[in-house]
Design a protein around this ligand. Structure first.
Ligand code: DMJ
Length: 663
């Protein structure tokens, strides 16, 4: 019988240090067998007795271990992209075909820590937040200064004290291991079916509602974590490159988020942001800002946060900003310029034109009017009411529909002949109704313009698709109908429903219901469950689908309009299908836009679930609007920002409906 030499033994054991027998084929097998035979029967029985349970345990653990290996190799694939420069999309090109594409990179560092595996890595791997551990009570007390949702106080406390924005606290790390997150995602995805919206699938208990509120809070915390880590005090988070972008340099996301945090009860996060407003925010800056964007996002949020909290600092800041925006109205026509330098007190139109965008000059009224009421200084109200009056009298409308531009010198519409409810005109219509409500339904010219516009929409812009008879709002371009609808138009169902709730005709509500269905389909028919920026609709019955999306229009910017309308529709009808639709959208955001290191990102292609193409930008309205409306949609508390007491500005900042003047 062959016996290996010591030299051979050593060389074999070096090659396979884990083997107890010699690793050289036939000889190895013979040698093992001989050793086995040399053992006594008792020794052999004892060894077999000890090995049997180990074999059974091994067999049971095998699938889960291999699953872990699969996951690790997935993340190893993912790690290849760690060194790409900021802003480079790590998943485009041939790599996309190799497997799931990453949404975000892990922390840069040589070694994987347990945290690196705390969340899954690719857009195909759901990253849903942990379900809440316990049911939270729904608060009932609120009022302008006292309104404060408190559902999160214990949560933030559990996150290790001062790390406020570090939303993924200790508690989550324990619950959500890499594998755990997968399991949780399956749990959260189990929603009642709602495809036809008819079943109104009643959740088993109100626990479901509370769970959903917590899932939205978790989404906010995750977005805030990214903002706090990489963009604190700056305008926008770039979550992939882990840096920030500046637009005005005014902490846009932080300010846009203030009232959302207050409403969600994220007290620690709110307090930290408030300190930044107190200590760091200064409008005395030599910077050009866009009048409309600054008004709806910053002024609107400061006013709203003042109302919700009763804290003077927000009103003081609002006053300071409002007065610095006033130079925009010093134009020959009194139609404001688009841009103001808030440090120098100068204003100007864009470089290439003397026109302003119609929606921009007609969607700053709610905020300026409220500023006047609070400060008892009429100048703000006067300038914006003047704009409304001018536009009210202006020739060139088409059955209440307005062109997209207005000239700041002549005060006349320009680029006539194109009519849309989308970009550049959208919130003109929204603010007609909302100003009428804000002022206690006393300003008839606003109602008149609104009613006429809705008639104009019905007459010129509404059509149905050929295949499924989906109702949509198209555009008119020099008398030619274009079956194109921006996602922005999805504010309309909510606005129409709000009008109906306030006594306007029933056919407004009928239209709202139909358009809501279409906006839902704009999500549902996409492979990611997320709407494109622009949809085109097929008019022929022979067409195979209702919606088609041009390749340039396939992006999703985390916009709020559909969830905004779902919130209104649910509040007014209590039809649970609207909640289900919102829930599906939230899950798609979590699945395809959530970035593991913090934040959410816009994506390039809603039709490609394998490679949605992260754009590396989280717009401030995702926190200011989208998550706020989702939270309100899932809240059972109809008094939480009651629609009979508040109107939401076009950036989702609630402002009070004015009390009637004393008689
Ligand atoms: C927001 O700034 C506002 O909702 C605005 O009215 C339209 N665009 C974005 C959100 O899509």
């Amino acid at each position: 019988m062959y016996t290996p030499s010591r030299k051979e033994y050593i060389s074999v054991t070096v090659r396979d240090p884990h083997s107890h027998c010699y690793n050289n084929g036939k000889h190895r097998r013979q040698s093992c067998w001989r050793k086995w035979k040399q053992l006594s029967r008792l020794q052999r029985s004892l060894i077999l007795f000890l090995l049997a349970p180990l074999l059974i345990i091994g067999a049971l653990l095998f699938p889960s271990i291999t699953e872990q290996w699969a996951g690790l190799s997935d993340s190893e694939h993912w790690l290849q992209h760690r060194d790409l420069p900021p802003g480079v999309n790590p998943v485009l090109g041939p790599a996309a075909a190799e497997g799931p594409a990453p949404v975000a990179g892990p922390r840069v560092g040589p070694v994987n820590t347990p945290d690196d595996f705390a969340e899954p890595r690719g857009p195909n791997v759901p990253m849903l937040a942990r379900p809440p551990i316990k049911k939270r009570p729904v608060e009932s007390s609120r009022g302008p200064a006292g309104l404060h949702r408190d559902g999160n106080m214990s949560d933030t406390g559990a996150k290790g004290g001062g790390d406020g924005g570090q939303g993924e606290g200790t508690e989550k790390k324990v619950v959500s291991s890499w594998r755990g997150a997968m399991i949780e995602a399956e749990q959260v995805t189990e929603v009642p079916p709602s495809a036809d919206g008819k079943e109104a699938a009643a959740p088993p208990s109100d626990l479901l509602e509370v769970d959903r509120l917590e899932v939205v809070r978790d989404a906010f915390r995750h977005a805030w974590k990214g903002y706090k880590s990489y963009a604190w005090g700056h305008d926008e988070l770039k979550p992939i490159s882990k840096t920030f972008g500046e637009w005005f340099g005014l902490g846009l996301t932080l300010i846009d988020s203030l009232d959302t945090m207050w409403i969600m009860g994220l007290k620690e996060e709110f307090e930290e942001a408030k300190q930044w407003v107190e200590k760091e925010l200064s409008f005395d800056r030599n910077v050009d800002v866009n009048l409309f964007e600054t008004t709806i996002r910053i002024l609107g949020s400061l006013l709203s946060t003042f109302h919700l909290t009763g804290q003077q600092i927000f009103l003081e800041k609002a006053k300071d900003l409002g007065s610095r925006l006033m130079p925009a109205f010093k134009t020959p026509s009194k139609i404001p310029y688009s841009d103001v330098n808030i440090g120098k007190g100068t204003a100007h139109p864009p470089r290439w034109t003397t026109d302003s965008t119609l929606a921009e000059v007609t969607s700053i009224q709610l905020e300026f009017r409220e500023l006047s009421r609070l400060t008892q200084d009429p100048q703000y109200q006067e300038v914006v009411n003047e704009v409304t009056k001018l536009v009210h009298k202006l020739p060139g409308k088409h059955d209440g529909l307005v062109p997209m531009f207005i000239n700041t010198n002549s005060g006349q519409f320009s680029h006539r002949g194109v009519f849309t409810l989308g970009a550049r005109a959208d919130s003109y219509y929204e603010y007609l109704l909302k100003q009428w409500l804000q002022g206690g339904k006393t300003e008839d010219h606003l109602l008149e313009d609104y009613l006429q516009a809705v008639d104009g929409v019905k007459k010129h812009l509404i059509r149905q698709t050929g295949p499924s008879k989906l109702t949509f709002v198209g555009e008119l371009s020099h008398n030619r109908f274009n079956p194109k609808m921006d996602h922005l138009v999805c504010f309309l169902p909510g606005t129409l429903a709000l009008g109906f709730h306030n006594g306007l005709p029933g056919d407004h509500m009928d239209l709202a219901v139909q358009l809501m269905e279409t906006c839902h389909q704009m999500y549902k028919q996409m492979e990611t469950g997320l709407s494109p920026e622009i949809a085109h609709f097929n008019l022929q019955a022979s067409d195979t689908s209702d919606v088609y999306v041009k390749s340039a229009d396939r992006h999703n910017l985390l916009r709020p309009e559909t969830v905004e309308s779902l919130f209104y529709m649910y509040r007014f009808t209590k039809d649970r299908k609207y909640r289900e639709w919102g829930w599906e959208i939230l899950q798609s955001f979590n699945k395809y836009t959530k970035v593991s290191s913090g934040g959410y990102t816009s994506i390039n292609n809603v039709r490609d679930p394998v490679n949605p193409g992260p754009r590396d930008k989280m717009e401030s309205f995702f926190l200011g609007e989208t998550l706020k409306y989702l939270f309100l949609l899932f809240s059972d508390d109809m008094e939480l920002l009651s629609l009979d007491k508040y109107i939401f500005n076009t950036e989702a900042h609630p402002l009070p409906i004015w009390p009637p003047p004393p008689k």
